[in-house]
Each structure stands twice: as C-alpha cells, then as structure tokens.
Design a protein around this ligand. Structure first.
Ligand code: C2E
Ligand code: CA
Ligand code: CA
Length: 683
C-alpha cells in the first residue's frame, strides 16, 4: 500500500491525476448508465446501448490510464510505442463491450457478475498492454504480488459494479456500482504503477519512431472528447427514454387494455374539457350498455365475451369521425360524446354504435351477437355538469333497455324520473334488512258466512331513511329486478311465521312470495326450516303466488309448488283475473284458494264485465271446491254483492286495514264480534 501511495504522491503530477480521475468518473457514470439502459430495451436498441457502453467504458479505462501516465514523469527519456498504445485502447473497448454484453444478457443469472469480472480484468489487460508500449531508457520490472493484487482487485470491483447496477433496486445501488467501477479503474492503475520498478539504463536506446508526450496528450484529449460526447448522447437518450416511458404509462393508465379504447380515467379527464370547449354548441352524452353480454360470458366463456368486445368496438373505432369520442367504462358499459347542431347527427352516431354491436361476430365456434341499449343526454339542455349528464344519459339508457333492443332514447325528464326513483329505491333497499327499516303489517281475512276472523295477510312496509314511506308496489318490483327480493322475502317469511306462531290456532298467515324467490331450488327446504324454527304448524301457513310465477318456467314452478304442498303448506292464487291464461293456470295446479283481484271489486257496479268476472270466479271455485277470497272490499255494497253470490272469504278496508303486529295480535286473541268488528278495525 505504501508503495502505491508513494507512487501517487511522489511520482505523479497531481493535475494529471485529478484530470484522470475526473474523466474516469464521468466515463464510468456514462458507461454504467448505458449498461443499465441496455438491460431494459430489446434488439437493435439493446445492441446500440451495449456498443456505446463498451466504447465509453473502454475509452474511459484507456484515457484514465494514459492521462495518469502523462502525469507520471520519470526523469528518463521515454516514449509511447503507437501499436501497443492503440492496441491497448482496442483491448479496453473490446473487453468492456464483451463484459457489458454478457452482464446485460438475461440468459443466466450469474452472467451479470461474469460480465463484471471480464470488465475488471480487461482493465488489467489494457494496463499491461499499454505499459508494453511505454518505452524508457532503462529496464522496467514488476513486483508480481502487486500485479496479482491489482488484477484481482480490478476483477472484484468490476463484478461489484455490474452487480449493483443490474441487481440493485434503489437509486443508491446505481451509484455504488458506478463508484465501484471508478475505484476499480483507479485502483488497478495506481496499484500496478506502484508495482513498477524503473531502473534507468542509458544503454537502452529509445527509438525515434515513438509518440511523444504531446502527441499522446492530443490522442488522450481526443478520446476524452469522445467520452464526453457519448455522455451527452446518453443523457439525451435517457431524457427521451423517460419521456417515452411517461407517455407509455400515461397511455396505459388512460386506455382499456382489451379494446384499446379510452377508459374511465380518460373519460373523467376528457368530459369536463369537452363541456368547457362546447361553448354555444350542444353536446350529446351517450350512455351505452350491452344486452345479453353476460349470457355470452356465462355460456361461452370470457374469451368469447372478450372477442365480441374487441370485434364490435373495433368497428366503432374505425367509424369515428372528427369530434366523436368513444370510451369503455368497464364490463359492457360504454360512453360516447359528440358535439352536434342537429339531432339527426346524434341519431346517426347512435345508429352506427347500435349497428356495430348488433352485427353478428364470427368466432371460432359460432356466431355471437349482442345489442346495445343507448341513452342520450344533451348539454346544456339536460344538465350543465358531467355527473348530471351521465346520470341522465344512464336513465335514458335504462328506459331504452325496457322499450326495445338495439334502440336509443333521448333523456326525457318525465319518463326518466321514474327510473331515477327506482335507482334510489335500489340503493336504499340494499341496507333495508340490515338496518331494520322493514316491517310487516297484517290485514285480516274473514269468512263471509260466519263473519269470523280466519287469519291475516302479511304485507311488507318500508320506511326508508332517504325516501320516507315507500309503497311495496314501488319497491317490490325493484327488489325483484335486483334480486334483493330473495333476502327480503326470506326475512318476510321468517317474521310472518314467527308472528303467526303467537296467534291462537287455527288462525292462518298468508305470505306473498315473489316468483324469483319461489324459483330458488331450495325454496321448499328453506320453508321447512323456517317452520321448524318458528314452531308454526305448516297448515297455518299459506303462500300467495301470482300467475306470472307459472308462466316463465311452469315445469320448475309446479315442481316447487308440489314440494311446498307436500310440507302441508297451502298455496293461494293471488290477483286472479289480471293475468293472461287464468283458467289454464288454475287447472294446472291444485290451488287451495283463489283471490279475486281487487280491481274487479273496485269496478263492481260500474263495469258489467267486472261483475260477471267475479260471479264466474266464485262459480268456478264452487265447482272445483276451491275457496274464493275477494280482495279490496271497501263498502257494504260490495260486501252485500259477495254475500249474495256466496263468496267464501273477503279482505278489505271494510273489515280491517293492515294492522301493526301488536294490534293484529290483540285481534287474533279477541276475535271479531259481528257488530263491533268494523269500526274497531278501521285504523
Ligand atoms: P296484494 O298481494 O294484492 O296485497 C293487497 C294489497 O291491497 C295491499 O297493498 C293492501 O294494502 C291493499 N288493500 C287491501 N284491502 C284494500 C282495500 O279495501 N282497498 C284498496 N284499495 N286496497 C286494499 P300493499 O300492502 O300496498 O301491497 C301491494 C302489493 O305489494 C301486494 O299486493 C303484493 O303484491 C306486494 N307485496 C306486499 N307485501 C309483499 C311481500 O311481503 N312480498 C311480496 N313478494 N310482495 C308483497
Ligand atoms: Ca297478496
Ligand atoms: Ca292480491
């Protein structure tokens, strides 16, 4: 070590050493950055970066050596033999290029370090080749221990350098790698120079054909210039690379990977800008939702669904004209925007979209087609902000879904308010069971002949925290559409049976069951569980179903109805007379009760037809030995009519409004007294 220090302190001119170290540092940074870049790009770019890294690295090693040599001024006549001097430059470039090439190859893990070792030993190769060209009037000898150390140290630091740059995960490890290479080159040179022993010997002649210090200096300056140039190029390349990367990530973040369309994030950026730019012109915000897309996914798999999306959106993408914007919000939801002056321009665009989605798609194993429901809201007519406009476009889209396939609807405040309310109901219902805002009321059902209480129909009530009291006629259809009816219906059954179990036998409880709820394959099983849990006798429970239950899938429905009957639970046909195929559904299953819809009672005396329907149903019930219950009995006229036709049972405001559970329980225990019943029950 002392020799090395000694060599540095006494035998070198500091200005040259400083310049050598500066160019060494610059060159190392440049070559390592090129190396790092090479690792992250492919093919032609990769090769270019490796070549540049090799050239920069080799030239750095070489200039460092010769700059330091220029400062190493032995007091003897000397010169530099051109062949060896240039050969050493060639070696330096070749080894570092090979080293970087190997270190940047991702074929084998250890290649990173192997490349580093090659670069490190390359420093020694360059050094000793260069020294071979250093001719002095004297003899040059080396201390072998120092030589060996310098080679090993160079190799080790070269290995550390590539290792840190290639494997380091932090910015700091990059600097450690660069530092290691700087240290490797510096260490190698000064250790090796410390190992040199020059014994002046005037007998040794220095040939005249050698390069002098000044010629070498010019060469060194030239090569240094090249390193600096490469450094500048690297820097520019990196800047460009960063910009490319930023642009690339921005593109990724703003586009849907499947279809390449702008995504939700892009819409969030784009829409406000377009509204601002619209100025005086109108802007159509178009909401698009596919029909039957879920079916394709479910039946043919997601690959088929993806292929359909790709094909259909490609058609739209190529058809877009100036000003039109089309984006995918996710799943099968899309949004489009178009500035316009006449409505038919928008309709043409909507038709183009609709067309693209409904044209069949040829896929490996068949043809698939979807259709789009399209809703259009207009800025500024339908709203002046993005949220309002997209919501209204959605509302119009929902309406279009109901009206027809593959068509579009313009937002219409009157028609779509309905849809909006349904949306609010759906949101509120989601938490209704959990937050306890549902409750049941119980409406008495009486026998007409004896005017006695037979039981109650359970009717659902919902007091929403946001919407207040909501009628079941409004929220039950929403619950059915969203599937929430299953959970809600289960809760109703449980509550109703629990309440009825508190009433004296044989008072019964009638519970409305929605088709969706009934069609669940385990419905009968669940019913049995509820009866067991509440302790209610099966014969005291009656399920009310409407005709629609039997229309969609009669086979499955009848199967479940039979399971229910097998439990001992009765089944009533609700709202009879309002459906389509009343008689045939009535014959298809042995119902335990027919409930004549209240619309007929309502029309009684005003419409001759209503009168005959009621008469007919009562007659039919008698013939089939099925009790008939008339719903919606509100006045004595109606009651008298029913009594006269020997209608079995009745339910209506005349006999009692739906009661809260406490009142119903009291009534269940006291029963009806003929003269008292009516006034007491009208709440
Ligand atoms: P629904 O099954 O026909 O129930 C009878 C409806 O007629 C009840 O309306 C009741 O309050 C009303 N009503 C009873 N007597 C009279 C009367 O004398 N005059 C008039 N004008 N109306 C009378 P509500 O409670 O609003 O229920 C409406 C519908 O909501 C029910 O019709 C039923 O289809 C459905 N629903 C109610 N609760 C449930 C439930 O727990 N589950 C299911 N799936 N549907 C239910
Ligand atoms: Ca009912
Ligand atoms: Ca009814």
């Amino acid at each position: 070590m002392l020799t090395v220090l000694n060599c540095l302190v006494t035998e070198h001119d500091y200005r040259f050493v400083a310049a050598a170290l500066a160019i060494c540092a610059l060159g190392c940074v440049v070559s390592m950055r090129l190396f790092a870049r090479a690792r992250n790009v492919r093919r032609a770019k990769h090769a270019a970066f490796i070549v540049m890294a090799g050239v920069a690295g080799g030239m750095t090693i070489w200039t460092t050596h010769f700059l330091a040599m220029l400062g190493f001024i032995p007091d003897v006549e000397h010169g530099f033999e051109p062949n060896f001097t240039l050969l050493s430059l060639g070696f330096a470039i070749a080894t570092s290029m090979a080293g970087f090439l190997i270190a940047a190859s991702r074929e084998r893990a250890w290649m990173v370090e192997a490349g580093g070792i090659i670069i490190g030993t390359g420093i020694a190769l360059m050094h000793f080749t260069g020294m071979r060209g250093f001719v002095v009037a004297g003899t040059v000898s080396y201390d072998p221990a120092f030589v060996a150390f310098s080679i090993v140290a160079g190799a080790a630091l070269g290995m550390l350098a590539t290792n840190r740059v290639a494997r380091g995960t932090t910015g700091r490890s990059q600097y450690v790698g660069m530092g290691a290479l700087i240290l490797g080159i510096g260490m190698m040179h000064f250790t090796a120079m410390g190992a040199v022993q020059i014994t002046p010997d005037p007998r040794v002649a220095v040939p005249g054909q050698l390069m002098s210090d000044s010629v070498l200096a010019i060469l060194v300056v030239a090569v240094t210039g090249l390193v600096v140039l490469l450094g500048a190029v690297t820097h520019l390349a990196e800047e460009q690379g960063q910009q490319d990367t930023v642009a690339h990530y921005r593109h990724l973040a703003m586009h849907d990977p499947l279809t390449g369309l702008p995504n939700r994030a892009a819409v969030r950026d784009e829409l406000p800008v377009r509204l601002k730019q619209a100025g005086g012109t109108s802007l159509a915000i178009i909401a698009i939702d596919l029909n039957r897309f879920k079916e394709i996914n479910d039946v043919y798999g997601h690959a088929a669904g993806d292929a359909v999306l790709i094909q259909t959106t490609a058609r739209i993408k190529t058809s877009l004209i100036e000003g039109e914007f089309f984006a995918r919000l996710g799943g099968d939801e899309f949004i489009a925007v178009k500035p316009f002056t006449r409505e038919n321009e928008v309709e043409e665009f909507a038709a183009r979209i609709s067309d693209a989605f409904s044209r069949p798609n040829e896929l490996g194993n068949g043809r698939f087609s979807t259709s789009a429901s399209i809703g259009i809201a207009v800025y500024p007519k339908d709203g002046d902000n993005v949220d309002e406009l997209t919501m209204r476009a959605d509302l119009a889209m929902y309406r279009s879904k109901k009206v027809s396939d593959g068509n579009w609807c313009w937002f219409d405040a009157d028609a779509d308010e309905d849809g909006r309310r349904r949306g609010q109901i759906a949101i509120g219902l989601r938490s209704a069971v959990a937050e306890g805002s549902l409750r049941l009321v119980f409406q008495p059902q009486i026998s007409m002949k004896k005017r006695e209480l037979l039981g109650f129909e359970a009717l659902l009530r919902w007091t929403s925290s946001a919407l207040g009291e909501v009628s079941p006629s409004d929220f039950i259809p929403v619950a059915e559409q969203t599937g929430m009816i299953v959970e809600i219906g289960d809760w109703v059954l449980m509550q109703a049976c629990r309440e009825a179990s508190q009433w004296p036998a044989p008072l019964s409880i009638a519970v409305n069951v929605s088709p969706i709820q009934l069609m669940r394959p385990n419905f009968a099983e669940r019913l049995k569980e509820i009866l067991t849990e509440t302790g209610l006798a099966a014969t005291r429970l009656e399920i009310e179903i409407t005709e629609t239950t039997l229309i969609d899938n009669p086979g499955q429905a009848l199967l479940i109805l039979r399971q229910i009957k097998a439990l001992g639970v009765r089944v009533a046909m609700d709202d009879f007379g309002t459906g389509y195929s009343s008689l045939s559904t009535l014959f298809s299953f042995p119902f335990d009760k027919i409930k004549v819809d209240r619309s007929f009672l309502n029309a009684l005396g005003r419409q001759a037809q209503a009168t005959s329907v009621i008469e007919m149903v009562i007659e039919l019930g008698h013939k089939l030995s099925i009790p008939v219950l008339a719903e919606g009995v509100e006045n004595d006229f109606q009651a008298a009519f029913l009594k006269d036709r020997r209608c079995d049972e009745a339910q209506g405001f005349l006999y009692g409004r739906p009661l809260d559970s406490g009142t119903a329980r009291t009534l269940a225990h006291t029963g009806l007294s003929p003269d008292e019943a009516t006034p007491r029950l009208i709440a």
